[in-house]
Design a protein around this ligand. Structure first.
Ligand SMILES: Cc1cc2nc3c(=O)[nH]c(=O)nc-3n(C[C@H](O)[C@H](O)[C@H](O)COP(=O)(O)OP(=O)(O)OC[C@H]3O[C@@H](n4cnc5c(N)ncnc54)[C@H](O)[C@@H]3O)c2cc1C
Length: 453
């Protein structure tokens, strides 16, 4: 990959790229809290000591994502994703997790969408055409690499000062392993991807063992049958309903703490509240014992982009297209000309009209953009010099109590590091994202009360 930091690529129309300094707005970074390393100090309230380091994500308000992952609201068909993916006049092609019907909201789906869009473009294009790929996440990197291999002249334009998008491994001296602020967990369906990562010396560790705990102590693992059976029944109905309505129809008490714990877990995968999520197209519950990236995922993205021209700090603001090509306007006001463009920006950016289309997109694409929804998932990483917990299990679930984060990953058994990772989805994630840094860490520490030894 040739990444030119803070550069604007010019002259693509002439076939040669000249380089100019750009003055684009850098991405707002999640704020690491570099509290100095200190001896654990028991908190008066719940016995959880202050962490030595902490960092959290804010995807919900991130201007280049506006959310974490797409979901299908109740009453909206999953084929809406294919409508979103529909090429426009064989000039604009669409990729990104939201366009993938098979594995939306995942790394796998983003990669598949990049492959699909590249193939669609290749079938429509002439030899050696100039192609822009908007966005350097997994979908964009995959599409760009495939088109580059096919002999096109490819330029990736990325708004942030880094590649990877919603895959975001922070490399930071305060941490013995990189905090993963975006995607980093894998299930059985990700076996091929994990194999690819491991071939690139990116290790994926097993997170073994689940712990279910209430403020009063350990509880039995919450049975998932009531939720899966209610969803299965709703999926057989002639009309779609929300997951919450499916539970009510099945006679399940949606205020029961065990059901709330399950729904909190579901929202860490969908980003959605059960009241909004389609039961026809609900994602599965997260794997009980997932794999987790132990190393930075950045080398994987960089390797994918090997040999591709990438411009960072290049937010695209407008795409004007006709039957001769596409004019791409950047945040600086500069415009570049391409034969065709692959748009891989998140659904949230399209919904917030982060890119203006001229002429406006056809109804089918616009209808899909407004019908699909963007969910919230946030994560918080906390590190201590000494563990304050004594649980061996890697995945913790909190049942009951008034806590802001119910799902925790204990990285100590798999990595030897005293790190706990909180994951929260849905409305609770949106609220978490709005908190200031100190408030967010306080909320996380309060949520860990049941695990203080
Ligand atoms: C907190 C969190 C946890 C997750 N956990 C998992 C997990 O464990 N496992 C899993 O499989 N998936 C997970 N996902 C989902 C996964 O991260 C995504 O499905 C996938 O990374 C999306 O890739 P993408 O290329 O479609 O989009 P992105 O990665 O968002 O790439 C789009 C790119 O477009 C850029 N862009 C936006 N606007 C503009 C513009 N105007 N001009 C130029 N560039 C622009 C963005 O900066 C970004 O780089 C998680 C997501 C989040 C947020």
């Amino acid at each position: 990959m040739r990444i030119t930091r803070r550069t604007l690529l010019l002259g693509a129309g002439a076939g040669a790229l000249s380089v100019l300094l750009a003055s684009c707005t850098p991405e707002p970074e999640p704020t690491p809290t570099r509290t100095p390393t200190r001896s654990p100090e028991p908190q008066p309230t719940n016995g959880v000591p202050l962490p030595a380091a902490s960092i959290r994500s804010t995807w919900t308000s991130d201007q280049y994502a506006f959310g974490a992952v797409s979901f299908v609201p109740a009453g909206v068909g999953a084929e809406t994703r294919s409508a979103l993916a529909r090429p426009v006049d064989d000039r604009l092609f669409f990729a990104g997790e939201a366009t993938d019907e098979e594995a939306p909201a995942t790394m796998r789906g983003a990669i598949a969408s990049g492959e699909r869009a590249a193939d669609e473009l290749r079938d429509a294009a002439g030899d050696g055409e100039r192609i822009a790929v908007i966005g350097a996440g997994l979908a964009g990197a995959t599409a760009a690499a495939r088109l580059n291999d096919a002999g096109f002249e490819v330029t990736v334009l990325e708004a942030r000062d880094r590649v990877g998008g919603r895959v975001y491994s922070r490399v930071d001296d305060a941490w013995p392993l990189p905090p993963q602020l975006g995607a980093w967990l894998f299930g059985e369906a990700d076996a091929d991807l994990v194999q690819t990562l491991e071939a690139e010396d990116i290790s994926v560790v097993d997170l073994a063992g689940s712990l279910w705990r209430s403020p009063d102590g350990d509880t039995d693992a919450v049975a998932t049958e009531s939720l899966t059976a209610a969803i299965a029944t709703a999926q057989a109905a002639p009309v779609d309903s929300s997951v919450a309505d499916a539970l009510v129809a099945a006679g399940v008490d949606t205020a029961d703490p065990t059901i709330l714990a399950l729904l909190a877990l579901l929202s860490t995968a969908s980003g959605a509240e059960a009241a909004k999520l389609s039961s026809w197209f609900a994602p599965p519950l997260p794997p009980t014992e997932p794999g987790a990236a132990r190393d930075s995922l950045l080398p994987f993205i960089e390797h994918t982009l090997d040999g591709v021209q990438v411009g960072l700090n290049q937010p695209v603001t407008r795409l004007a297209y006709d039957d001769t090509g596409v004019s791409v306007r950047m945040g600086t006001g500069e415009a570049l000309s391409f034969d065709r463009v692959v748009v891989t920006v998140p659904l949230g950016v399209l919904q917030e009209q982060g890119i203006e289309f001229d002429p406006p997109l056809p109804f089918a694409n616009r209808g899909a953009i407004s019908a699909l929804a963007m969910g919230s998932i946030e994560t918080v990483w906390l590190r201590w010099d000494e563990p304050f917990w004594n649980a061996e299990e890697a995945v913790w679930h909190t049942v009951g109590g008034d806590v802001g984060i119910r799902t925790w990953i204990n990285l100590l058994p798999a990595t030897g590091e005293n790190v706990l990772v909180g994951i929260v989805g849905g409305d609770a994630a949106a609220r978490f994202s709005e908190l200031g840094k100190d408030e967010a860490i306080t909320l996380a520490l309060e949520a860990l009360g049941p695990y203080a030894a």
